[in-house]
Ligand binder design. Structure first.
Ligand code: ATP
Ligand code: MG
Length: 392
């Protein structure tokens, strides 16, 4: 069996196009493992020779598995399972009729695309000739506006491809083509979605979760692990740092007025992430902030929090509503893990009415008075636990 992969954005790249194509090929190879026998590039597309599947039932399951894998690989716009023939009109006609005999449909439309301009017919001619043949041999009706079946024919440099169904991918750029970023991953709905959006822009995402062992306990392990595992199907391997926050939090509770604790907590989280970013040679920090969603996410507070970053802070959800974020979380499979109950270390000992319009000067003034800041950060980093995840 053959799979045809189409990309869109990569196709628009100029001189760098080969770099992006090769990254995508590399990622597909890793994602499919032994399921693929060979991967070859053609002009504007990638062909995967898939391992032969034995029984009919097994084939269905295998196909479903391959669909589930390919639909999450950034860079793929759509893909299909195709029949292949030589670049010979008789062969194309024969294969096409053979394939369509197996399909239940009444009306159809032929959609041909020719990247090989040396082929004897133009796309239009192929549409017409093949259409007429299907009408004659199979007694079906042409419907150009809403056909029950689309018959796709692609004429490449080396072969003709025939298929009837297209599966959507996530589009974007292949992971690894845009550099590394650190994701500040909470157990909520938002930050996994923010991580996914950056993967879709070609970033390799390293996760950092900060937690208070005394209040979060064991729950952290399975929940955060499950989220990272789910996201690993998109970027294929992941690193997760788990950083303990209890010592820092204890100090902040003693030294910071309740009203400002949330902001200072988050500033310290960013300070911890700065250190991981340096270690990992990452180029940016990402958060799941969405403007105005909670008290820490007013423009004033975001300004105070991001001020502590030594790297650009990207917040891909900043302009999205909760419903939009939730919809994506469901699509990528993180939602069901995100809604598992989990005591958030951030909500611990903060004011009932936290400051929503903090002034940076005031925050810096309070922070100046906090003792042993560097030591607190250094110790937490020293004790950080690092985990690796591989897609399988
Ligand atoms: P989420 O749904 O991602 O938890 P939220 O709406 O609950 O977001 P906050 O709790 O204010 O919002 O967190 C805002 C952002 O701060 C998160 O999206 C995440 O990037 C970061 N963050 C919050 N808590 C943690 C944590 N314990 N560890 C790492 N990052 C965190
Ligand atoms: Mg949260």
């Amino acid at each position: 069996m053959l799979a045809v992969i189409h990309y869109n954005e990569i196709g628009l790249k100029g001189g760098n196009r080969v770099f992006f194509e090769n990254k995508l090929v590399q990622n597909i190879k890793k994602a499919l493992g032994k399921k693929s026998l060979s991967i070859t590039k053609r002009y504007g597309k990638i062909l995967i020779e898939l391992k032969e599947m034995e029984k009919e039932k097994k084939e269905l399951n295998e196909k479903e598995k391959i669909i589930e894998i390919l639909k999450f690989i950034p860079g793929i716009a759509n893909f299909s399972f195709a029949e292949k023939t030589e670049l010979n009109l008789n062969e194309i006609n024969k294969k096409c009729i053979e394939l369509l005999k197996l399909q239940g449909f009444n009306s159809f439309k032929v959609i041909s695309k020719r990247s090989n301009k040396n082929f004897e017919l133009t796309s239009m001619e192929l549409n017409k000739d093949l259409g007429a043949l299907i009408v004659e041999k199979l007694n079906k009706k042409v419907d150009l506006h809403s056909p029950e079946l689309n018959v796709f024919i692609e004429i490449t440099e080396k072969e003709a491809l025939i298929y009837c169904e297209k599966f959507n991918g996530v589009s974007g750029l292949p992971v690894g083509s845009s550099g590394k970023v650190i994701s500040s991953l909470s157990g909520g709905i938002d930050s996994p979605v923010a991580s996914y959006l950056m993967m879709k822009r070609g970033c390799k995402v390293v996760f950092v979760h900060i937690f208070n062992k005394t209040i979060s306990g064991k729950a952290v392990q399975s929940k955060i692990d499950s989220l990272v595992k789910e996201l690993t199907k998109i970027q294929l391997n992941s690193k997760l740092y788990i950083i303990k926050f209890e010592e820092i939090q204890k100090q902040l509770i003693m030294q910071v007025p309740a009203k400002y604790r949330m902001i200072i907590y988050r500033r310290f989280m960013i300070k911890l992430i700065n250190e991981i970013a340096k270690k990992e040679k990452a180029k940016a920090i990402i958060t799941g902030d969405s403007l105005g969603q909670v008290a820490s996410q007013t423009l004033e507070n975001i300004n105070c929090i991001y001020d502590s970053a030594e790297f650009p802070v990207l917040a891909p959800l900043i302009g999205l509503n909760k419903e939009e974020i939730t919809e994506t979380a469901k699509k990528i499979g993180t939602y069901s893990y995100s809604i598992e109950p989990y005591p958030d270390c951030c909500s611990f000992m903060i004011a009932e009415h936290p400051e929503t319009k903090a002034e940076l000067n005031k925050i810096i003034e309070i922070e100046k008075e906090i003792k042993n800041k560097e030591e607190l950060i250094g110790n937490a980093i020293k004790e950080a636990e690092k985990k690796s995840f591989e897609f399988s």
